[in-house]
Write a protein that binds this ligand. Structure first.
Ligand code: ADP
Length: 218
């Protein structure tokens, strides 16, 4: 793995979560916040943490922000600071800027001033919670488009003991099994002879509506 250098600006709950995960994965992470207390609290989870106001170009230059592969702007409530920080980073030539938005308008502005990827944690998490409620057996999903997704679905217990050919999932539910997760091990493109066991997780691809039907089988 090539070790990358990430800078996370704004060490609130979201910023610290991003920083911590990247650091745990072995990357170098610089945490930056205007608030000294936030910087101290984040220290155990990052490589270095510094106090700086990122709406000041000078401050960003003295940190050497240009040396980072990717900068994540996790300032939320202070929208003005978030927008200003992204626009300065863009001017400084940072290629990969990821920014957190509180809402649609905020996100549109971040996009205009140069964020490569705008994330909406609250909106997305709200959607995830609702999706989980709508599909009780679904454990995880990746949205491929508005209509299609890949989902991890706990098998309905009545399917245990049958092989994939007999279950005929594709014809009956219009979704395809692309993998089976059993005791933490994954079998990609399982054979039609594969017998499904209790507690197997099927990784399935298809239309979201069809997947919802499948994940609601009692
Ligand atoms: P969360 O909801 O993820 O906790 P917050 O909006 O509460 O997010 O946290 C954003 C963080 O960004 C705060 O710790 C705040 O001190 C920091 N921040 C705000 N403005 C600046 C700035 N100009 N420079 C650096 N950090 C900033």
């Amino acid at each position: 793995m090539t070790i990358k250098q990430y800078a996370v600006i704004g060490l609130g709950r979201f910023g610290v979560s991003v920083a911590r995960r990247l650091h745990e994965a072995g990357h170098e992470v610089l945490g930056i916040d205007i608030n000294e207390e936030r910087v101290e609290d984040a220290e155990p989870y990052v490589t270095h943490a510094v106090v700086a106001d990122t709406t000041e170009e000078k401050a960003l230059n003295s940190i050497g922000i240009r040396n980072f592969d990717c900068v994540i702007v996790a300032i939320g409530i202070d929208m003005q600071s978030s927008i200003l920080t992204v626009s300065i980073l863009k001017e400084l030539g940072i290629k990969k800027i990821i920014a957190k938005a509180l809402g649609k308008r905020h996100g549109q502005v971040l996009d205009k001033v140069g964020a490569e990827w705008v994330v909406y944690p609250e909106r997305d998490m709200g959607e995830r919670v609702a999706n989980q409620l709508l599909s009780p057996n679904m454990l995880n999903y990746i949205e491929l488009s508005k209509e299609y997704s890949i989902e991890e679905i706990m098998i309905p217990s009545k399917m245990a003991g049958h092989n994939l050919r007999d279950l005929d999932i594709r014809a009956k539910y219009n979704v395809s099994v692309i993998a089976i997760v059993r005791d933490g091990n994954i079998t990609i493109l399982p054979s039609p002879d594969e017998i499904i066991k209790e507690k197997d997780i099927l990784v399935m691809i298809g239309h979201r509506k069809d997947l919802t039907v499948f994940s609601n089988i009692e």
